[in-house]
Design a protein around this ligand. Sequence first.
Ligand SMILES: Cc1ncc(COP(=O)(O)O)c(C=O)c1O
Length: 382
Amino acid sequence: MDSIIYLDHAATSWPKPPEVMEAMKLAMDEAGANPGRGSHRMAVNASRVLFNTRRALAQLFAVHNPNDIVLTSNTTEALNLAIKGYLNEGDHVIATMIEHNSVRRPLEYLKRTKGIRVDYISVDTEGEVNLKEVERAFNQNTRLVVCSHSSNLLGSILPIKEIGELAARYGAVLLVDAAQSAGMIPIDVVEMNIGMLAFPGHKGLLGPQGTGGLYIAPDIELKPLMHGGTGSQSNALEQPNIRPDRYEAGTPNTIGYAGLQAGVNKVLEWTPEKIYHHEWELAQQMMEGLSSIRGITILGPDLGKPRTGLVSFIAEEKDASELAFILDRKYGIAVRAGYHCTPLAHMAAGTENTGAVRASVGLWTTKKDIDSIVHAIAEIQS
Ligand SMILES: Cc1ncc(COP(=O)(O)O)c(C=O)c1O
C-alpha cells in the first residue's frame, strides 16, 4: 500500500498487528479443519481455536463462562440475534437517538411485523442522554433497553452502568452495542448489568473483518437466528439447547477467529484503559487544531470531556464527501464522509442535511498524523 494516513478506524481498524496475521496463517496450516465436526487432530485444533478465542473475550469482558459468548460475523449479526431472538409481539423497547441502523432497522422491522413498541430517547447536541428521561420511558411491557455504548458519529460515551441499573430495577434486559467501545473502553458485563453485549472483532479488538460476537447472560434465552448443523446432537430435529451450539449453525470462520484471539490478546496486553487514553489525547489534539480553522464546526462532546477517538466535523460551504475526496486524493488521508448509518444522531447534531466528515484514530495513529490532517484541512479551507 502507498503511504496512507488511515483515519477510518471507527469503520474497521487497520493495519492489524503482525501477531493477528501470523495466527491466521498458523490456523490455516494447522487448524484448517471443521471445528466440532470430527475427532481427528486438526478438527480438535480448530475447536481449540474457537475455545481459546471465547476465553480471551471472556477475560476482556469479565464473562464467567466463555460458552456464553457466541461468535458471529460482525456486530450487525450479533445485534440481529439479540433483538429478533429476544423480543415478542407487544414488547416495549427503549433505545436512544444515537443508535446505528444495525439496531434501528431490526427494531423498525419488528415494529412493522410484530407490533413491538419503541421509544428513542433524545440526546443533546453533544450526544449525551438524560437518565431521568430514560427512567420515564419504562412501562410494564418494557423488556429490553438497547443502547450504543458510544456514538459512531459524535464520540459521546453513554452511562452504561447507570442505564443497566435502571433496566434491572424495572425488570428489563440491557443490550449494549459495543461497536465503538469494545477494546477501547473497559467493559465488565456483571458490574455494568449488561444482559447482552454485541461487539465487532474487526474494530477495537484488532481482528480481521468477518468476526464479532454476542455475550448472552446465562438466564437469557433467545430464539436462534439460524437453524442448521452444529456437529452436536445430529439426530435431533431441534436446534441443540447447549451453548454456544444453539446459536452457531454452519461452518464458522475459524481462521478469522484465530486472528481475533491474537487481537484480543494484544488488547489485554495494552489494556483498554491505556488505549482509551491514547485515543482520547489524539482526539483532543485534532479538536484543538480543527477548532482554529475558519468555517469548521466540530460535533460531539466539547474539548476536555470524555469521548472516543473519533472526531466528526462539517465545513462551511464544502460538501463532506468532497472534503473526504480531496483528503484522499491530494493528501493520502483516509476518512469517512456521509451519514454514518445513524440518521437520528445527525438530527440531534443538526447535520441531517449535510452529513459530516469523520476522522477516527487507532492504536498506531501518531501526533504527526493528526498534524497532517489539521494542516490539510487548513489548506483546503484557506
Ligand atoms: C455503533 C455501531 N453499531 C453497529 C455497527 C455495525 O458494525 P459491524 O460492521 O461490525 O456489523 C457499527 C459499525 O460501524 C457501529 O458504529
